[in-house]
Design a protein around this ligand. Structure first.
Ligand code: FES
Length: 149
């Protein structure tokens, strides 16, 4: 019996190596596969972010959307653009989502694109596995984008 308030075992997440860093230039995006899931992977000034490649409106491909900024205005007709390239505009009907969080600004409570953790890891670290057997020299010098689901 568990009467001590122990936390439940956290759900184990899987890592997927989805692309070489050099394949996705800053300011661009592409669709990658992570264990059968389509993921929209974005590079914002060298930082990588991952959203489900399925718009919450009608499933448009967010990886094909334009990376845009946030238009703000204090008074009508006096607009300014901030946070250039930090939002994606769905190519089907134009809904926009914050790439880092998946947050919709048109419906912040009810609409969000699903986001995943994306990070860069050196190939040498990814080449290590949990088992040790006969060894051979291996060199992986490039960096890779890894998504955890
Ligand atoms: S499917 Fe994305 S805005 Fe409609």
């Amino acid at each position: 019996m568990n009467g001590g308030g122990e936390a439940a075992e956290p759900h184990a997440r899987k890592k997927f190596v989805v692309a070489k860093v050099e394949e996705i230039a800053p300011g661009t995006s592409r669709c990658v596969d992570a264990g059968g899931r389509k993921i929209a992977l974005f590079n914002i000034d060298g930082r990588f972010f991952a959203l489900a490649d399925k718009c919450p409106h009608e499933a448009g491909p967010l990886s094909k959307g334009a990376m845009v900024g946030l238009s703000l205005a204090d008074v009508p007709g006096d607009y300014r653009l901030e946070r250039s390239g930090e939002f994606v505009r769905c190519p089907w009907h134009g809904w926009e989502f914050e790439i880092a969080t998946g947050q919709s600004y048109c419906d912040p409570v009810g609409t969000r694109a699903r986001s995943y953790d994306a990070k860069v890891e050196p190939g040498a670290a990814l080449a290590k596995g949990p088992y040790v057997a006969e060894t051979f020299p291996v060199s992986v010098e490039e960096d890779y984008v890894v998504i955890e689901i």
